[in-house]
Write a protein that binds this ligand. Structure first.
Ligand code: CP3
Length: 353
């Protein structure tokens, strides 16, 4: 095992002192990079790209060749779990994900079972170990999963949605069925993240993209309770180091106290939450990750620098901040603008000796 040359990201997640604020970008490997589009075309489709460990490794490394990012994130998708459960995932060109067999009736929900990650999701674990080898200790590798609730949104709707009406009908009229899906998902995610850690992931992030669509009470009961269960079951140390866990709930800004108590080392914030206010509320308990509005990257270089400065100033002096976007980078962003962001974070945050 090679030791890490740059552990700034892992140290910041544990609120340890760092020389500058580390940065990575959600969706840093993706369609805004021409070399990504070229590799995806070579793979044939997005899912074939995810299922080919060599090509998944190649696209993971692409943003790191362009920008001095402080972490790599496994190239995969949150929907690999429901696919491995037999729901039949496809991504049509130019459209979002689709499931052939969404979960709408009791019979299919009672049949649902957590997949063995070392079998059906072997391709993800192979990608993790391939990427770790290729990174050769330059920066840490982040593994990830969707939250049980966010996965359930896609599993019940069968696709993305703006109102989640099938899911909400189930939540309000047949909550026991939704709880059953969430229980299976929590078991599946725990095993999946632990397998990624065993394969070499040095930190993990749980994406709760749709938790913010719930009421406060429903968020605690149907989302946070299952995230807590996962974290309680995670392997927290590997290769002699703590494996930090980040929870990102889009739209979760009103529930920060509850989220900060879920057992995670760090909480990811979207751009609607004030970082300084969040730090005063929960920053003595967890590290914070975020939270530049991803659309700032459509602004001028000068605007990007000043918005980066604003986020850094909002957090203020001291440790425990990982710079990120408040959500994934858009496919329409100019890669040169991402370069300006990364450079601005590093230069503006460097601690004077
Ligand atoms: O961050 C990274 O660079 C790692 C890779 C990654 C992808 N998806 C690759 C991807 C990660 C961490 C994800 C997470 C993911 N996937 C989430 C949670 C984070 C978020 O954005 O809220 C969700 C909800 C999904 C489900 C998903 N996958 C959707 C809705 C879509 C289609 C719409 C879209 O935004 O592209 C995908 C496809 C997908 N996943 C792409 C990539 C690069 C684009 C597919 C393509 O190349 O055509």
């Amino acid at each position: 095992m090679t030791s890490l040359k740059n552990d700034t990201f892992l140290r910041a997640l544990l609120r340890q002192p760092v020389d500058y604020t580390p940065v990575w970008m959600m969706r840093q490997a993706g369609r805004y990079l021409p070399e990504y589009r070229e590799t995806r075309a070579r793979a044939g489709s997005f899912m074939q790209l995810c299922m080919n460990p060599e090509l998944a490794c190649e696209v993971t490394l692409q943003p790191l060749r362009r920008f001095p990012l402080d972490a790599a994130i496994l190239f995969s998708d949150i929907l690999t779990i429901p696919d491995a459960m037999g729901l039949g995932l496809s991504f049509a060109e130019g459209e979002g994900p689709r499931f052939e067999r969404p979960l709408r009736d009791e019979r299919s929900i009672l049949k649902l079972a957590a997949p063995d990650p070392t079998d059906k999701l072997r391709y993800v674990l192979d990608a993790v170990s391939t990427i770790r080898r290729a990174l050769d200790g330059t920066v840490p590798l982040i593994g990830f999963s969707g939250s049980p609730f966010t996965l359930a949104c896609y599993m019940v709707e069968g696709r993305g949605s703006d109102d989640f009406r099938h899911l909400k009908a189930m939540l309000y009229s047949e909550p026991a069925l939704l709880h059953r899906i969430l229980e299976v998902n929590a078991t599946a995610v725990t095993a999946y993240l632990n397998a990624q850690i065993e394969a070499g992931a040095q930190a993990v992030q749980i994406f709760d993209t749709w938790g913010g669509a719930l009421t406060a009470a429903a968020f605690r009961e149907f989302s946070l309770a299952y995230t807590e269960r996962i974290i309680a079951g995670l392997k927290r140390e590997h290769e002699g180091r703590r494996v930090p866990c980040i929870v990102f709930t889009k739209g979760g800004g009103q529930w920060l106290d509850a989220i900060a108590a879920c057992g995670a080392d760090a909480v990811g914030l979207d751009w609607t939450t004030e970082l300084g206010a969040a730090r005063r509320r929960i920053g003595d308990r967890v590290a914070l990750q975020g939270n530049l509005d991803p659309n700032v990257l459509f602004g001028s270089p000068a605007a990007i620098r000043s918005e980066v400065a604003r986020v850094l100033a909002d957090f203020g002096p001291g440790d425990g901040h990982v710079f990120n976007l408040g959500h994934g980078i858009s496919q329409h962003v100019d890669p040169d603008h991402a370069a300006i962001l990364v450079d601005a974070v590093h230069s503006l945050s460097r601690r004077s000796a």
